[in-house]
Design a protein around this ligand. Sequence first.
Ligand code: AHR
Length: 312
Amino acid sequence: CATILAACMFGSASAADLTIGFSQIGSESGWRAAETTLTKQQAEKRGIDLKFADAQQKQENQIKALRSFIAQGVDAILIAPVVATGWDEVLTEAKDAEIPVILLDRTVDSKDDLYLTAVTSDLVHEGNVAGKWLVDTTAGKPCNVVELQGTTGSSPAIDRKKGFEEALKGHDNLKIVRSQTGDFTRTKGKEVMESFLKAEDGGKNICALYAHNDDMAVGAIQAIKEAGLKPGKDILVVSIDAVPDIFQAMAAGEANATVELTPNMAGPALDALDAFLKDGTKPAKWIQTESKLYTQADDPQKIYEEKKGLGY
Ligand code: AHR
């Protein structure tokens, strides 16, 4: 395959010839690490030469990586965009160079003609599922909720907040009393939860925690235990991702529910790219992945064992 898209199109491309740049956000969570592992595995399986760039959580590093991929004339670019805004210029540069870009797991505010497709979950729906679980579980009982948000300005932080708030609408027993970013990390999740607990009478005024990802929930669970309370009982814990560690916490009764986000975004992304390069088949602008709810009733220990081997 030549290094420009046009030469790869309409039957001349095979995955084994492709060079693809992957701009990853960083390694803030267990989920993110699994996505990196699975993307590398998917590329290897298909004989793709994957150029990997870790942006260490910085948008400027992602923009630099994209410009370097464009300069190298890669055949396509995968990017998990750390925040939602500020991509127009570099995506236009990729478009001008006829390099298709596929978004993984997060969305951007740019016009959709600047990328080939986005492989993501319905991020608003995820928050909604978590919120509905809490509505059902509290069944009208008064409940003060604290929220650990993901990275400020990222699409999952914006949308998971929105979806959760939508689910709580009309359920006046549920009140979000504190909400702050924990940047999707375990360390920050613990730190911010400690401050929530202090501010809310050592945690006595908190009935539930909603964390935008499992890693922050796991950090917060530690903080709750150190404050002398029982996570999962004194404070309900609901989060998103479904990584193995949260199932371990669920098996121990310390977490209550999680919404699954598959870390295998690269599989559907590379399938779509393959078809596009083969005969110009345009994929849907949004390839949606599933968002399944798991609770303690789902045999968390078994799921933990099953998940461990899957890239985590
Ligand atoms: O964009 C997906 C989110 O980013 C995951 O929920 C989180 O764990 C990750 O860091």
